[in-house]
Ligand binder design. Structure first.
Ligand code: PEP
Ligand code: MN
Length: 331
């Protein structure tokens, strides 16, 4: 149950629930004062109405509540002025990993010229092998911040560890939680507490319901600026690196008010597969796509096979625009 209390009445409603031994959390979210009770508890609605005659009680049937569309139609996530979920398709682009200032600067200028609205780049890389390039760390964050300011594209970058959340949040406009940390709840809570927008990837072995419950962790910390990101799941299929689950995008759009992003790069695994997957994501209703682009992908220190060249990214943008317009959306 979500209780939308009259402003100023939250303490009175909380006291009444306490007395009745109801488990709940007080949350200030998206400009509203809310009380969220534990989904399995039954709450006597009269108890709430007796305290706050204006309270709106919303009975929610799903395990995730704040992420549910049962109390809110849609949310727009504002990343330093770029609005995700507002109808226009937002494209984030940039290298898989920050390798040098020149690499990021050149890429940021090219993708911005082609129409990208956000810059991506990993400073902390979650690599399968400990012998692979692990990212430049804080030096990478400094490069991202500098390029972001110089080029005028807000930047999204991944955090791997609770100890680094504050540092990452101080450099970026949006914090990415990667697929490998999709159920690292302490990390998600810590990122939630920063108040910064969060790009929350779906774990490669997670159901949509688990993905939305992960978002719930950030939202219970009072952070409603969560964008969900589908990036492919593990199946028996190995023609692509992961199986891009566009059904999950369609389902998420129906089940939650949060904007939904698609990363076509990591499921593709091969550069030639990225553009068609991106276009399919746009057609399926994604609010945002995030794509890996590198000045010379074949020289990239990570994910060299799937990163797009500048020319390919320009082609993607013009085709994505056409698909978006065909379904009544702008870019
Ligand atoms: C990334 O976007 O850099 C990344 C590592 O993605 P994922 O967590 O989806 O594998
Ligand atoms: Mn990558």
């Amino acid at each position: 149950m979500i209780i939308r209390v009259t402003p100023g009445r939250i303490n009175d409603v909380a006291a009444a629930l306490d007395k009745a031994k109801v488990r709940f959390r007080e949350v200030k979210l998206l400009g509203e004062e809310l009380i969220v009770t534990w989904p399995e508890d039954t709450v006597d609605e009269k108890l709430v109405r007796a305290v706050d005659a204006g309270a709106v009680i919303i009975n929610i049937k799903t395990k995730y509540q704040l992420a549910s569309r049962q109390w809110r139609q849609r949310s727009i996530v504002d990343v330093s002025g770029v609005k995700i979920g507002g109808g226009d398709l937002i494209v984030a682009a940039g290298p898989c990993a920050v390798e040098s200032y020149e690499e990021v600067k050149e890429t940021a200028e090219a993708v911005k010229a082609a129409g990208a609205r956000l810059l991506r780049g990993g400073a902390f890389k979650p690599r399968t092998s400990p012998y692979s390039f692990q990212g430049l760390g804080v030096d990478g964050l400094k490069i991202l911040r500098r390029v972001s300011d110089e080029v005028g594209l807000p930047v999204v970058s991944e955090v791997l560890d609770t100890r680094m959340v504050e540092v990452v949040a101080s450099y970026v406009d949006m914090i990415q939680i990667g697929a490998r940390n999709a159920q690292n709840f302490e990390l998600i809570k810590e990122a939630g507490r920063t108040g910064k927008p969060i790009l929350l990837k779906r774990g490669m072995g997670n159901t949509v319901e688990e993905w939305l419950q992960a978002a719930e962790y950030a939202m219970l910390e009072g952070n409603g600026n969560v964008v969900l990101c589908e990036r492919g799941i593990r199946t028996f299929e190995n023609a692509t690196r992961f199986t891009l689950d566009l059904g999950a995008v369609v389902a998420a759009k129906k089940l939650t008010h949060l904007p939904v992003c698609v990363d076509p790069s990591h499921p593709a695994g091969k550069r030639d597969y990225v553009i068609p997957l991106a276009l399919a994501a746009v057609a399926a209703g994604a609010d945002m796509i995030i794509v890996e682009v590198h000045p010379r992908p074949w020289e990239a220190l990570s994910d060299s096979e799937q990163q797009l060249t500048f020319d390919m990214f320009t082609e993607l943008m013009s085709k994505a625009k056409a698909v978006a317009q065909a379904i009544g959306r702008g870019v």
